[in-house]
Every structure is written in C-alpha cells, then in structure tokens.
Design a protein around this ligand. Structure first.
Ligand code: AMP
Length: 532
C-alpha cells in the first residue's frame, strides 16, 4: 500500500516523502481513507504508531479543498492533546505535512506566557493544537471562537482521564458545534472513555493497532543484575563501550533523574534530566539539546517521558525496573520506531527481581540476561526501615533529599537555592565552557529560575542598594534572587507582582516591561517559528 493509494493529494505526498515516510503505517492505512471521506474515526492506538499522520493528513486535505473565507481565518480544525510535549510534536508534524499547502497552524499550551499565543491566534489559524487548560483559559478570555470548526481530534483520551482533564474536555465539547467530524484516539478504553465515545461519535470507523502487551519485536532487550550503588557506573561504562548515539534513561523518581544525570555528566557523558519539577523552558531546552545531539543521555521519569517523540532513538535504559509491567512496554516502545532497530537495557537489583518476573510474564518471554559485566550483583537482601519493614530505597532517598532541601531553604533564603545548584541535574553549558566566574547554570536544579523569575528578580531586595536592576546584578554575583522569586512561571504574574510591590515600591513592573515569553534570549524557542 502507498500513500498515493490512500487518496492523498500531491502536495501532501511530496511533504511525506520530504519527511522520509515511504509507506503508510497500519493505522494510517486504516484511518486515512474514511477520514478523508469525512467519517468519524475511533482509533485504538498509542503514540509511536503513526497516528498523528493518520489524523493530520486528512484534516489538511479536507481544509485545502475548501479555502478559508476571506478575512481573519477561523479555526476549522482543533486537536486537543493532554501534554505540552505532545502538543508541540503534533504541531511540528502538521507544519511538516503542510509544508506545500497555504494552511496555517499553531499550538497553545500552559506554563508559558499567553501573549505570543494570543497574537498568533489573532492573526488567524486554520488548525489549532491545544492542551485543555490553556484552551479553557483563552476561550474564557474570548480569544477563541469555534463556530466554524469542521474537525475535532481528541488525542490520547485515556490519558486525559488519567491526568484529570476529562471535565475540561467535556466543557470544551460544549463549546464546539454539534455538526463536525470527530477523530478520537485512545490507547485503552476505560468505561468513562467508552461513554464519551458513544456520546461524541456518529457511526465511527473503528481502527485498532499495536495493543500494549505486544512489545515491538525489533527491539533487542537485555537485563543486567546489578546493585543499586553500581548502576550509574555500569551505565557510564556501557555509554563508553557501546555505540550509543542517544539514550532515554528511565528512573523511578525525579530526584533519581537529577542524580543520575549529574553523575553521568561527572563521568564525562553529556546528560540532562527531564521531569515535572523542571520548568517548561528547561524541559524544552533539554529535549532540543537531546534532539540536536548535544546531550547523549536524557534521564526522565515516566510521566515526563510520556509522549516524547524522538526519532531514531538508539537505546532505552530502565535504570529502575518499573513496578507496573505495562510501563516497561511503554518505555521500550520509545526505541525501535518507524522501522529503526532499537536496544532496551534494564538494570535490575535484588529488590526489583519480582518486577522483572512480572514483565516477563506480560511479554511472555524471558529477557536475555547479561552476566558478563564488571559489577555483578553482590547484595542479596532487601532494604528495610528502622522498623524492619521492606522499603524502596529510591523512594526513601528521594524523600530524604526533599526533607533536606526543605530544611536548607528554611535555614536561609538562599540556602535552598545553593542546594539546587550543587545538584547538577542538567548539563551545565557554563561548566562546559569553563566560565571564569562561578556563574550558576540557570537550567540546573529542580526548580530553575526561568525568564519570568529573572524579570521579577529586578526587585530583589539584596540588589536594591546597588541602584541597578537586580537581574543582571544577580547574574554577575552568581545569584538569582530570593527563594520567592524562584517560583516557576506557572503562578500568575499579577499575583507575584503584588507581593513584590509590597516589598519594593520604587521598582514596580514598568508598563513597557515585556512578558517573560517575549524575552528574546531565553524565550524564542524553535516551536515559535513554525508558522507559515
Ligand atoms: P506518532 O505515533 O504519530 O507519534 O508517530 C511516531 C513516529 O513515527 C514519528 O516520529 C513519526 O514521524 C513517525 N512516522 C509516522 N508515520 C510514519 C511513516 N509512515 N513512515 C515513517 N515514519 C513514520
């Protein structure tokens, strides 16, 4: 089967060829023809199956067939997806597939300032990719109008449910016209999702591919029995010895991700951590560095890695064996995509052997054991707490680190901040460049100081005496302001502004001061350039 046989028009075919697609994946074969006819589609498929192309190309073709009315373009297709990473990746794919078409798309998601997004919406877009929270915010402020909507895509519906977005989704559905085409994708079909399907879809074509319990055959899977304390040494050793172009390393905790990334860096392997405590800017920076090959190891928690679309990922490491066997299949499915071969390597310590057995039962196969390595398992007992109860060592360590972090912060306003930077969780460019001054890496630490915080730090009391604006001074001093000012960008600027006004009246936010996302140095990420 070819894309041409599916009925796609030449400009889309050319874009797919440019993008390196040779033949349609099973979900594309099944979903594209009925979607092109305007039918509703119910796709049971997860990320990695090619579902984005399956829903995006029919949308583009149908929009292209009826040009937008004159004037500001109305939104004619809406794609709702649960995470910012997925939203960005879908938008990137759409921009690539629409390369030879005069259609405009954009993406909106939370965690960054809304102004640039609003500006792009005001200029008019045909296709909008959105996460639920930001969509609700902008709709309630009157920036969105769906009266001309023709196609609605609900992506990863089951994850919407998991992440608690289902009420937002129901609210959004009420804002859309009743007459529309709906393309609905979900990896699993829990009860709530089935109910949503029957209320939303009319006579849908059902397409199911790649059930979760069938691990991709092309992936070479192996397991090493190794003690906790030796896992990073083994990891670094494999990086040095094997031909590892890039690897996604899964850890159990956010603290673990920071720690492993820091240890790898110290071992000379460029690494970055990506998890929910990182700001959106830091996560995107880490992902962009990884995609560009500047970072070889991206160390992630399961939640942060969900939906990450990294083409040609050579290795996946399970630094910790997951508790839930299906998670193993999700993780290793990140490699071996789109016809590439992949390698999945798992590190199993004594306490994780039961998890390994569960995984092997699920995939119905024994994972190849590699016993010839420098750090064979030597600890054959479980970790126990002071009451003799079996505990998870990683969880205990993460809790202890969190307590220590809180204690340090309560001791001194800057102590917590210093603690962040002692923990090199993301690759320190400053470090790599051997900066003469002790300049902190803004991307390091669990909570980084992002652009908003830098702006607000101009009102840092410590710098008021100098008569200079705080941010540059703080940067010169190797400080980034007080703890209060290190809050991530998700809090309202107005709220923070009020707090700062109380402390520092003379240096109120200037009316011409820009929103954090308009700071060109930090906030001109690649995804803002994708418009036609
Ligand atoms: P998705 O499931 O849409 O996230 O796609 C997973 C990955 O497969 C993405 O990197 C796509 O660019 C890629 N992909 C999708 N369809 C094809 C295809 N027909 N040929 C090659 N790669 C594809």
């Amino acid at each position: 089967m070819t894309f041409e046989e599916l009925g796609l028009i030449p400009p889309i075919l050319r874009a797919l060829t440019d993008y390196g697609y040779e033949a349609p994946s099973p979900i594309q074969e099944a979903a594209i023809p009925p979607a092109l006819e305007g039918r509703d589609v119910l796709g049971c498929a997860q990320t990695g199956t090619g579902k984005t192309c399956a829903f995006a190309t029919p949308i583009l073709q149908r929009l292209q067939a009826h040009p937008a009315p004159k004037g500001v373009r109305p939104i004619r297709a809406l794609i709702l997806t649960p995470t910012r990473e997925l939203a960005l990746q879908i938008q990137e794919n759409i921009a690539a597939y629409a390369k030879h078409l005069p259609l405009r798309s954009t993406v909106i998601f939370g965690g960054v300032g809304q102004n640039p997004q609003v500006e792009r919406l005001k200029r008019g877009v045909d296709i909008l990719v959105a996460t639920p929270g930001r969509l609700c915010d902008l709709y309630n402020q009157g920036f969105l109008n769906f009266s001309k909507l023709e196609t609605f895509v609900l992506d990863e519906a089951d994850r919407m449910l998991d992440m608690g977005f289902i009420h937002d989704v129901r609210k959004i559905l009420g804002w859309l016209p009743a007459q529309k085409q709906t393309l609905f994708f979900s990896a699993t079909m829990p009860q709530e999702i089935t109910e949503l399907v029957s209320s939303l879809l009319h006579d849908p074509v059902r397409v199911a591919v790649d059930p979760i319990s069938s691990p991709v055959e092309v992936i070479d899977q192996s397991v090493y029995f190794v003690d906790k304390v030796n896992k990073t040494k083994l990891l670094a050793d494999l990086f040095r010895k094997d031909e590892i172009q890039n690897a996604l390393v899964f850890t159990r905790t956010k603290h673990g991700a920071n720690k492993v990334a820091g240890e790898l860096q110290r071992a000379g392997i460029p690494a970055a951590a990506i998890h929910g405590n990182k700001s959106q800017t830091a996560r995107q920076q880490a992902l962009a560095d990884f995609k560009a090959g500047r970072v070889a190891a991206l160390v992630a928690t399961d939640i942060a890695a969900r939906g990450l679309d990294i083409e040609a990922l050579s290795h996946v490491f399970n630094y910790n064996m997951p508790d839930v066997p299906e998670t193993y299949v999700h993780r290793i499915g990140r490699t071996g995509r789109a016809g590439h071969t992949g390698v999945a390597i798992s590190f199993c310590d004594y306490s994780e052997k039961e998890n390994l057995r569960g995984i092997e039962r699920l995939i119905n196969k024994k994972i190849r054991l590699v016993s010839d390595h420098p750090w064979p398992m030597q600890v054959f007992e479980l970790t126990r707490d002071s009451h003799g109860r079996v505990v998870c060592a990683e969880d205990m360590e993460a809790k202890a680190a969190s307590r220590e972090h809180k204690r340090a912060r309560s001791m001194s306003p800057n102590a917590g901040h210093r603690a962040h930077h002692a923990d090199a969780s993301t690759p320190s460019r400053a470090g790599q460049e051997k900066a003469p001054r002790q300049r902190p890496n803004p991307l390091a630490g669990e909570r980084i100081m992002d652009a908003t915080a830098r702006l607000l730090s101009s009102r840092a009391p410590a710098n008021r005496d100098t008569g200079r604006t705080g941010a540059p001074q703080a940067r010169q001093n190797g400080q980034q302001g007080t703890r209060k000012q290190q809050r991530p960008a998700s809090g309202g600027a107005a709220r923070r502004g009020r707090g700062d006004q109380r402390r520092s009246k003379p240096e109120l936010r200037r009316s011409n001061q820009k929103d954090s996302t308009e700071q060109p140095s930090l906030m001109k990420p690649y995804y803002l350039n994708d418009e036609k």
